[in-house]
Design a protein around this ligand. Structure first.
Ligand SMILES: *Cc1c(COP(=O)(O)O)cnc(C)c1O
Length: 362
């Protein structure tokens, strides 16, 4: 079979999504299924919708266009602020976009007007992680301006934490978002349908805090795909952590010394810390490398240790015996390894189908 390849078990992803949708529903929180790590795969989109997500969300308009064909009616949110150069595409394919710049909202309004439609937006608020978002003291004025655009509907507010600086969602910052929602509505009336609290890093807070306040939506990618929360990368109870694996083929297997010989300089990827001398080892090379994935984000099968990698080679210690040439090994992937492999045209993608036949409205 074609290698290297990502094997994606849609049944497991469906299970993960269903579990999270059900757990969060009890807290009054809907789930937007985030598809960016899988380039807006239509198969993934269908599995997420079958599991009951309230809509699909992706950071790239191109991925949303791909999904549109598979799910013409599903609400789709662009979760990175639109580029002005793409506003026409955005109003055509996405129902909602996350925004933090009035200049862009203004262009979205013009584009929506030209297309004779309305475009919904969620205003993002900065709550400490220092990526996107309006500074809280400026929010009221931005809301006032936003409400004036003729082809824009203000759908809600949101925030995003834990992505750039690792700021943990907690009672304090989530309480601040709820309070901002209340303040906005005290001034402008009940206009906020959605208060979107964040991403997979919000799960622990959302499922354990005494009250979730005004937060009624989360945008979940990693937790659904990989079954882990991103703050400590611990498995989430009851979810599969092996829904996606990267399979590679053995192209060399030899007994070799564990120590290099000759004078040592830098490698293709910088300085390498010398390995411990463990005599001779069973070394194998897999035909996959930094071009295809983030090899530091791979989890090898039991008994195998990753020794190093370069653009096209992954070198492993196989323990007691050498694998046969042409055999395959399956590795677990973290988020970084997954997105690199998904983005590579030289990594095949193989979906194990979803064996339920949900009634999906066309
Ligand atoms: C990527 C992203 C998400 C999803 O993050 P996960 O950690 O994969 O759940 C949510 N919101 C925004 C704005 C994002 O960019």
């Amino acid at each position: 079979m074609t290698a290297p390849r990502l094997e994606v078990d849609l049944g497991k992803i469906y299970h993960n999504a269903l579990e999270l949708v059900n757990r969060l529903r009890k807290r009054g929180i809907s789930v937007s299924g985030v598809t960016k790590a899988m380039l807006g795969s239509p198969d993934l989109a269908k599995a997420l919708l079958a599991a009951g997500v309230s809509g699909l969300a992706d950071s790239r308009i191109e991925n949303i266009q791909t999904m549109r064909h598979a799910a013409p009616k599903a609400p789709m949110t662009l979760i990175r602020t639109p580029m002005i150069s793409q506003v026409a595409l955005v109003v055509e394919s996405a129902d909602i976009s996350l925004n933090s710049e009035l200049d862009i909202i203004s262009e979205l309004s013009k584009a929506a007007g030209a297309a004779e439609r309305m475009h919904e937006i969620i205003l993002m608020v900065e709550l400490g992680d220092l990526r996107e978002g309006i500074m809280p003291p400026d929010l009221e004025e931005v809301v006032r301006q936003t409400l004036r655009f003729p082809h824009i509907t203000l759908k809600g507010i949101g925030t995003n934490l834990a992505c750039r600086c690792g700021v943990v969602p907690d009672e304090l910052n989530m309480g601040r978002l709820s309070a901002l929602a209340d303040e906005i509505e005290a001034t402008f009336g009940p206009i906020l349908d959605v208060v979107s609290g964040g991403n997979s890093a919000n799960l622990e807070w959302a499922l354990s805090s005494a009250s979730v306040g005004r937060i009624n939506n989360l945008r979940l990618g990693e937790a659904i795909l990989l079954g882990r929360e991103p703050l400590h990368r611990q498995p989430i109870e009851g979810l599969y952590i092996d829904a996606i694996t990267l399979v590679a083929e053995v192209i060399e297997a030899k007994i070799k010394p564990s120590q290099p010989w000759g004078e040592i300089g830098e490698t293709a990827f910088g300085v390498v810390t010398p390995a411990i001398d463990s005599g001779s080892i069973c070394q194998a090379i897999l035909a996959v490398g930094q071009m295809d994935t983030d090899s530091s984000g791979l989890t090898p099968p039991e008994g195998i240790h990753i020794l190093g990698s370069s653009s096209d080679h992954l070198v492993v210690d196989c323990g007691k015996s050498l694998p046969s040439i042409g055999s395959e090994m399956a590795f677990g992937v973290n988020y970084s390894a997954l997105i690199r492999a998904m983005a590579s045209p030289l990594v095949a993608k193989k979906f194990r189908p979803l064996h339920i036949f949900p009634i999906l409205e066309e």
